[in-house]
Write a protein that binds this ligand. Structure first.
Ligand SMILES: NC(=O)c1ccc[n+]([C@@H]2O[C@H](COP(=O)([O-])OP(=O)(O)OC[C@H]3O[C@@H](n4cnc5c(N)ncnc54)[C@H](OP(=O)(O)O)[C@@H]3O)[C@@H](O)[C@H]2O)c1
Length: 266
């Protein structure tokens, strides 16, 4: 069933979510911190199912609100406007960009932190554990032998059901990790984070070849059974949080290129 996805944050990940949603026949309303005018080009590229709006308008229009913003900006999100909404939390904790003592101490997962701020929203963690390029390129229709599996976590069964249906429609099988308190099992540094969705790049390639291999080489799918096993065998990461130093050089190179072109805003 077609629905509307409100997107707060329209950078690398927001663009991928919008592309996935539009390809599956959903409407999308994109927003960012600079305002709708800054999204004209992206909206044109996405076509008639997409429009740009203010954050408040994207929230009002969305059946699900995707949250691909830097975690550091979570307190700027309007708690009142997001009350009652299903919020797909795509944020990750990268202490090199922003530090939080409660997260460092493992007292909360990053999605619990977001849920505590969005106290009346139904937060579901998901579509956070692979890079923006593979988020789009790994998607496959139901029944395709290369369809891979995404984990989610959340405290509300109805919200998890809505997000599951969305992810299934855009191209993924889904496994439920459990509550937001359990979502450390799918945070950076756990088995199901990043590496199962990106190709290993062989040694000895030039920078250009490495980049091409990283972007284009097929990635074997993760079955729901394997995803479940990876969740079950996860150990709580220490120290908490991801680091760019742990990412493939080709990923970091593309990221830095886009950052220096000022198209990303960490
Ligand atoms: N990059 C990846 O491959 C990847 C993969 C999975 C998950 N993630 C996570 O997804 C999140 C976004 O990453 P990204 O790489 O897409 O970042 P990005 O390209 O820098 O995009 C961030 C977006 O958030 C917007 N934004 C920031 N603060 C905002 C606010 N208060 N209200 C509304 N919009 C706001 C920015 O708007 P302006 O540009 O107008 O300031 C921008 O559109 C991060 O938490 C990251 O850890 C990233």
């Amino acid at each position: 069933m077609a629905s509307t996805i409100g997107i707060i944050g329209s950078g690398l990940v927001g663009g991928s979510v919008a592309r996935l949603a539009v390809a599956a026949g959903h409407n999308v309303v994109l927003s960012n911190s600079r305002g709708p005018e800054s999204l004209t080009e992206l909206v044109q590229e996405l076509g008639p199912l997409a429009r740009a709006a203010t954050v408040d308008e994207a929230i009002a229009a969305g059946d699900i609100i995707a949250l691909p913003v830097p975690l550091a900006s979570f307190e700027a999100l309007p708690t009142d406007k997001l009350a009652g909404k299903v919020v797909l939390d795509q944020t990750n904790y990268y202490p090199e960009f922003w530090r939080n003592a409660e997260l460092d101490a493992g007292r909360l997962t990053s999605s619990e932190l977001v849920q505590r701020h969005l106290k009346d929203s139904l937060v579901v963690k998901g579509l956070h554990n692979l890079d923006w390029n593979h988020m789009y390129s790994n998607a496959r229709p139901k029944g395709d032998p290369d369809r891979t599996t995404m984990p989610i976590a959340g405290d509300d069964a109805t919200a998890k059901h809505a997000v599951t249906r969305f992810l299934e429609a855009v191209g993924y099988d889904v496994v439920d990790t459990g509550s937001l308190a359990e979502s450390w099992r799918i945070e950076p540094g756990t088995p199901l984070y990043f590496w199962p969705y990106a190709p290993a790049v062989p040694d000895g390639l030039s920078a250009d070849e490495e980049k091409r291999h990283y972007l284009e080489h097929p990635v074997p799918p993760v079955s729901p059974q394997t995803a479940r096993q990876m969740i079950d065998r996860a150990k709580r990461p220490s120290p908490v949080g991801g680091t760019l130093a742990g990412m493939p050089p080709a990923h970091v190179a593309i990221f830095m290129e886009l950052a220096s072109a000022n198209t990303v805003n960490k």
